[in-house]
Design a protein around this ligand. Sequence first.
Ligand code: GLN
Length: 474
Amino acid sequence: MKSATQIAADVRSGTSSATAELERTLTVIEQRNAELNVFLYVDVEGARAAAAQIDARVARGEDVGPLAGVPIALKDNLCQVGVPTTCSSKILDGWRPPYNATVIERLLDAGAVAVGKTNLDEFAMGSSTENSAFGPTRNPLDPSRVPGGSSGGSAAAVAADMTAVSLGSDTGGSIRQPAALCGLVGVKPTYGLVSRYGLIAFASSLDQIGPFAKTVADAALVLEVLAGHDARDSTSLPEPAPRLVAHVNDGVAGRRIGLVRELFDGADESVVASVRAAADALRAAGAEVVEVSIPELALTLSAYYLIAPAEASSNLARFDGVRYGLRVSAEDVTAMMEATRTAGFGAEVKRRIMLGTYALSAGYYDAYYGQALKVRTLTIDAFARAYQRVDLLLGATTPSVAFALGAKTADPMTMYLNDVFTIPTNLAGDPALSVPFGTGEAGLPVGVQLLGPGRSEARLFAAARVLEIADGRP
Ligand code: GLN
């Protein structure tokens, strides 16, 4: 399939048209969506109208932007005017947002065509997309396996060649983990680089929106469009979008890269082998790779599963049967809220709300939420110390390749452990990406993770590009 970079170039030059690119996308969706359950909603009419408008503008000689005519899939926790937005939850049944997320506005301004909304774990809580109220998404590389999660639909859209690029959100790994399991590039930007306005909040201090793509250059192209200050998100960094595409081929010569023991220890043998091979490839390209240990990272999974549910329990209080979506009627307002939330939320969401409410309750706040915040501070300091010695860090994205549907649904803890390598950087607020490197069990892709200090995205893309070339994707 054509890259987004190529599609935009073709549409801009008139070699192709937004309409032709969209129709190709719609055809593949038509062929594969019933089997894979990638899209919850395809906005055929809206997308066709948008594509026709792009083509008319190109015909008038206008510059339609860096994503001219690029069809893009959107995780269904991003608000799009008039388009059903569900978070894969029954509780938002029938709700259509009255406004666009900032990221959607920026994509449209850059000439992209929003194709539809993709499946996710309910409210982005999960690692396999099996927690969706609308059934799981299957991995296009092997439909008996999961695509990862929570942004599994957005990953599968790109892996199935439905769209060249898509958007996900990453609170504890939900872009990087499915990217790894589907053989894609997935980026969790620096906290605050991309506006969260219009992203339905899971854990606001951790959530970031980012791209999925088949190539490093495409991921950089999309992130450059998404990034930059937005007054509507109070945590948005007060600065313009960084230049990323221009630095993709900067290489790693002279860079110091830390191979972090805690970020691959315990992973499957094939994953460890890929990480070590990636270290060798970076060395061969002129980087100095040193082994480092950050023992604080051992505490981060526990801290995350207190902080994220605590924030979620507060954020999800707004779904009360009054303002959005589902309402189950009952004798009075309290009974109505209880009945609505009982019927509307799935088991994992309820578990998180209970965990979070407990961790924040008066008698336990210090012992749980307070302790977790201290671990978070230690994590931030530990990364900062590491980045005084090295420019980037390297590890695995996930402990294994894509696993079978149903393999980890019986015990929530086995599912949570999938994110042990991705969670630390969310707590720190630093950027990280996953790039495919090598293969593991059954020939499935392995993702290696590159991490850097805040605002080091250009550096991360340059290192990822080195690995992409070394892995045979020039
Ligand atoms: N899998 C993790 C969780 O369930 C992370 C999810 C995410 O990043 N949205 O919380």
